[in-house]
Design a protein around this ligand. Sequence first.
Ligand code: DAH
Length: 339
Amino acid sequence: MENKLRTLKENAELEITSADSMEVLEKARVKYLGKKGELTEILRGMGSLSSEERPIIGKVANEVREAIETLLEEAKSTMKSKVLQQQLKKETIDITMPGKKEKIGKKHPLTQGLDELKNIFIGMGFKIAEGPEVETVYYNFDALNAAPNHPSRDMTDTFYINEELILRTQTSPVQVRVMEKMKPPIRIISPGRCFRNDTPDATHTPMFHQLEGLVIDKGITLGDLKGTLEVFAKTFLGSHTEVKFRPHHFPFTEPSAEVDASCFKCEGDGCNFCKGSGWIELLGCGMVHPNVLRNCGIDPEEYSGFAFGMGIDRLVMLKYGIDDIRLLFENDMRFLNQF
Ligand code: DAH
């Protein structure tokens, strides 16, 4: 029996020292020390031993168990650090390798320009209003006092969805929507997309952006209109900018005007940017027509106001010296990254 125990110990030693994984070590433990293991098997035979032999074999059996246990413990801890080392080796990062560059976007020049425009008007106490891009003929034309035969209503100028629905051609319908809902005093701007049936060229795209302004209160005069737009032009284009009001016609304002700014490139001397005139057209404006006020349920005897509308794309082009509007919509990062 003693021999059996010694052989068992030798076998166990061999198996444990040559094990190459945790699983093999665990199997060895079950095989030799487990409840149904070989050591238990041998000890079961102790009943047939004499009372002199029993303590001696018992002692040897205990020594064998302890030896195997110690061996297993050592082998397991060696295995653990080996596994860790292998894992560390596998997971090392080569810090000399070039990293992946994150491409960080930036604001489109139109968004930058719009942010600036909004800030200027918010600074003068305006709030921002919004209206739908798919608009009714009523809001886009009728309520704005456009004659039934006004040329802009033509299919060749306007995108019709059906007889009553169009893609808005201007942001002016927001004026009507605001006046229907709000009681004066009203002081809003409304930027957004507009659509016209134009063939794209350097100054036209079928989709473009406008910013509408509307002020309604008691006693608003042409002087308020001029002052507001002069402050706007000087803030946006530079304090040396001169502003000129030219009589014009819009169905929804009376009187109406177009506003020109002195050319910021040649400062009025005349250059190819301003086509030699020294002036650049900025926007349309006027005193809100009494018919429009009435259409919105506002009494023109009690209230008056002014409105204006400007092309955002155009203003951004002027400010940044962009000579083709199509560049704004081609999404070429080589172009956009310059701003
Ligand atoms: N809606 C006009 C256009 O698209 C621009 C405009 C002119 C708006 C005068 C106004 C205004 O509010 O008073 O050409």
